[in-house]
Write a protein that binds this ligand. Sequence first.
Ligand code: SAM
Ligand code: SF4
Length: 456
Amino acid sequence: MKKVHIKSFGCQMNVYDGQRMADILSHQGYEETATPEGADLILLNTCHIRDRAVQKVYSELGKLRDIKNAQLAGGQETKIVVAGCVAQAEGAEIQHRQPAVDLVVGPQAYHRLPELLAEAARKRVVDTDLPIEDKFGFLPAPKPQIIRARGVSAFVTVQEGCDKFCAFCVVPYTRGAEFSRPAAQVLAEVERLAEAGVRDVTLIGQNVNAYHGEGPGGAVWGLARLMRRVAEVPGIARIRYTTSHPRDMDDDLIAAHRDLPQAMPFLHLPVQAGSDRILAAMNRKHTSDEYRRLIERIREARPDIALSSDFIVGFPGETDADFEDTIRLVDEIGFASSYSFKYSSRPGTPAAELDAQIPRAVMDERLYRLQERIEHHRQAFNAAIVGRTVDVLLERAGRHPGQLAGKSPYLQAVQIESETNQIGDIVQVTIERAGSNSLFGRLAEAGRTDGKDMAA
Ligand code: SAM
Ligand code: SF4
């Protein structure tokens, strides 16, 4: 068998796309290998969201060129493929900067990998089309043993692209316009995953709660309706979704958090900033008070919900007072976790044209302060769970023999000691201690499980 090494950067969509490309290649006689050394095909699945992510790709490509040359000297030919959002945004420029790259393929064209690789055997190839056909209709199903090897939690893309055009963001340009997969196609994929042992699905999309897929009889289904149907798939015990936009959190979706036992009490709902002036300049289409009221409604529906957000510091024109508004919002909401970034100017986005770009040292200082507050709230959220008994889905072997690692409903990593339980079980765990990255607990009483052995 030929060997392929796939390295994905960036968001969950890229993790999903990386797995789909592995599935396509497994039908072409490739098996995955964990290192680039020895691989016949090396595929970088790239991220364009911030400048640093792009620079990482070029430095990685320099290392891969050396591996390619060394392998050629030993008689082995190696092909290098760049996929993902850098491929879409920079196209042929990638091969100018790094001539060792054989094929550049965008995120909407990778279903054509077999033909493109055949072409790349003869010449260098670039395919960054946004084709009219739906790539999902061309993706082969993964083999059950491959699904099992990937674990009991899986991502399923239900929506792609974005029509929101936040002033700082490249996604509408790299991933294109919003597109929702038909409900039947999503359900078939979830059923296949569940049959192979998957218990926890995260429905993903750049703007997942804008989902409006075709349902049976041509009806349009929103995300809540899709979730209710996914919850009926035998074996699926947990459902999450990411990433959502505050403007698309409708009543039906909020009600799903109240009504659906499978809807996990965790929601990633990026606000980006706490200042209305900056939110308007970002073209976020909501104010900070609208966000606060939305959180109140979500908490009314599901009081224990854990919330998380993304934040950008140093957006052009952000004053100290604007930044203090962000800190105030963080302290008021008390997020269970969050991601935070320094603003990165992206060519072609409206914000890149704005005056008043913020000096790096100011951004550094603001990021440091914001992360200190985020960490404070994360630790407080974790500490508050100590002493409680929660359901934990066991996902993998732990660090030490006899340990198993899993996730709480609030997406916290949990470690337990257990000789009797299996990966895929959902067990009740009493949390005894919060470490810096994981919670530690013991099986509650008789170590009740839901009795399903999904590990085989
Ligand atoms: N669609 C999601 C939303 O609306 O929040 C997130 C998409 S984006 C892949 C993930 C995060 O990257 C964003 O929420 C934002 O915080 C961050 N991001 C996007 N563009 C950025 C930029 N130019 N500079 C810094 N951070 C950026
Ligand atoms: Fe980017 Fe805004 Fe769309 Fe999120 S909603 S992907 S931040 S443009």
